[in-house]
Design a protein around this ligand. Structure first.
Ligand code: TPP
Length: 442
């Protein structure tokens, strides 16, 4: 099983697209949680399209109990059709609690490791043959979609029939307890015959789905008439009280957001690093972690955030386009290990200049305090070899690497930043001070 949020899957797209060709010897389930409403994400992409794009089946549970049951189904489908299966979650399914029976755990026998290049060596000639099989597999999955109980018809009043999936189903049940519903639990490939039959059995067909018009696009391509949502509903989360306006074809009216904006915790070491950058009025290429909050008042000292690793690469690109601007980049310890170091190797190779701050709070703070290779502990909190960030940066060929505490050595830190910013060199400043919230540190 693979598990990540939607943007994590983007990082995994290279192996994912070809894993669809190779299939697997055992079952392979890809659990991806989308974040409608962007509670904590850099975009609002809809992963259902990945199923279509990669030619892999997509299952969509509408509550936690189904999520558990669908995992089992997903493994069975994966093994039967020799395909990875995407289990597409959304924040509201993942952040909900529900009673459930766990059942018996089935542990299949470990298959032997076999040399099977036709299946696992995806050079063009072999991959061509695999692509043929993938298309055949998709047809078999279409047949399966018609039969599986994951796609469920609930017939009630036939005046209106609703096609829906995922959390939208739960909202529909709340808003229209007596409506006829076709619930797509196996939402790709589509069950065309079931959809056609359901459409014929109701006076008016309505599609209710969160984010993109995934079901809607397919139904329209089938030539079936259906009432669909105003495009304003493509943005942000659905809520039970939005179902009636959506079905009535109204525009979405957003609630005024009265939440207090997030901010760095009191005493956060990142504050001291950004304060030094603010004093020098630097343009700061940002990255993704707690330090992204430096874009907000009172600091307002982070000026780009796009993807993980971009603190390093944006420094290089922006400097090329703006040779006279005072530009630096920031990246966290975890993010640097994840996807910052490749950018640093490129920066050295391309003879780029500037200062990259590795904001080393010795933990992956924003996502809840996970360990990472630079902390010396495994994800299960067992001791392991610790990655030496300074040695790594020196090995990349960076001109100057300093390790300094921005809190305890604040004056020296500020002097060092000023010195490095004004040098014609590529420097890394490892601003090392532990996160205040992580137990037994600091
Ligand atoms: C591509 C991608 N993967 C994962 C995430 C989730 N995520 C957000 S912040 C973060 C890690 C931040 O850790 P670090 O860089 O050490 O900064 P800290 O929060 O500790 O300051 C992760 C994994 C994401 N937003 N995008």
């Amino acid at each position: 099983m693979y598990a990540s949020k939607h943007v994590g899957l983007n990082v995994a797209m290279d192996p994912l697209m070809t894993a669809s060709y190779t299939g697997v010897t055992a079952g392979f389930v890809i659990v991806v949680c989308d974040d409608p409403g962007m509670h904590s994400s850099q975009n609002e992409q809809d992963t259902r399209w990945v199923g279509l794009y990669s030619k892999m089946p997509v299952l969509e549970p509408s509550n936690p109990r189904e999520a558990k049951e669908f995992v089992k189904e997903a493994f069975e489908i994966s093994e039967k059709f020799d395909t990875p299966v995407i289990l597409r979650m959304v924040t509201r399914v993942s952040h909900t609690k529900q009673d459930m029976d766990l059942g018996e755990r089935i542990v299949p026998e470990q298959p032997p490791l076999e040399k099977n290049p036709a299946k696992y060596v995806m050079v063009p000639k072999l991959a061509y043959k695999k692509h043929i099989l993938v298309e055949e597999r998709l047809n078999k999955l279409r047949e399966f979609a018609e039969k599986t109980s994951l796609n469920k018809v609930e017939m009630n009043d036939t005046k209106m029939g609703i096609i829906t999936s995922s959390m939208a189903y739960s909202y529909v049940k709340e808003a229209y307890p007596k409506a006829s519903i076709l619930k797509l639990g196996f939402s790709y490939p589509f069950c065309d015959e079931k959809i056609r039959k359901f459409a014929k059995s109701v006076d008016e067909l309505v599609v209710v789905e969160e984010l993109d018009p995934f079901i809607e696009t397919h139904i329209k391509a089938m030539g079936i008439e259906a009432k669909t949502k105003d495009p304003s509903f493509m943005i942000g989360e659905l809520r039970p009280e939005l179902i009636k306006p959506l079905i009535n074809g109204e525009k979405k009216v957003e609630k005024e957001n009265k939440d207090r904006p997030p901010r760095l915790c009191p005493g956060c070491p990142h504050f001291f690093s950004f304060n030094a950058m603010k004093k020098l009025d630097l343009f700061v290429a940002g990255d993704i972690g707690c330090y992204t909050l430096a874009c907000l008042p009172p600091l307002q000292t982070l000026h780009t955030t796009v993807c993980m690793g971009a603190g390093v690469t944006f420094n290089e690109g922006l400097r090329k386009a703006n040779p006279d601007a005072k530009i630096v980049g920031v990246v966290g310890d975890s993010t640097f290990v994840h996807s910052g170091v490749t950018g640093l190797i490129n920066a050295v190779y391309n003879n780029a200049k500037g200062v990259i701050f590795i904001l080393d709070n010795s933990i992956t703070a924003m996502t809840g305090g996970q360990q990472n290779p630079a902390t010396g502990m495994t994800i299960r909190n067992e001791k392991t070899k610790q990655l030496d960030l300074k040695a790594l940066c020196l090995a990349c060929g960076v001109d100057h690497v300093d390790v300094i505490d921005p809190v305890k050595e604040n004056k020296e830190f500020e002097a060092l930043v000023e010195k490095r910013v004004n040098q014609d060199a590529l420097s890394v400043i490892i601003a090392k001070h532990p996160c205040k919230l992580i137990k037994n540190l600091g």
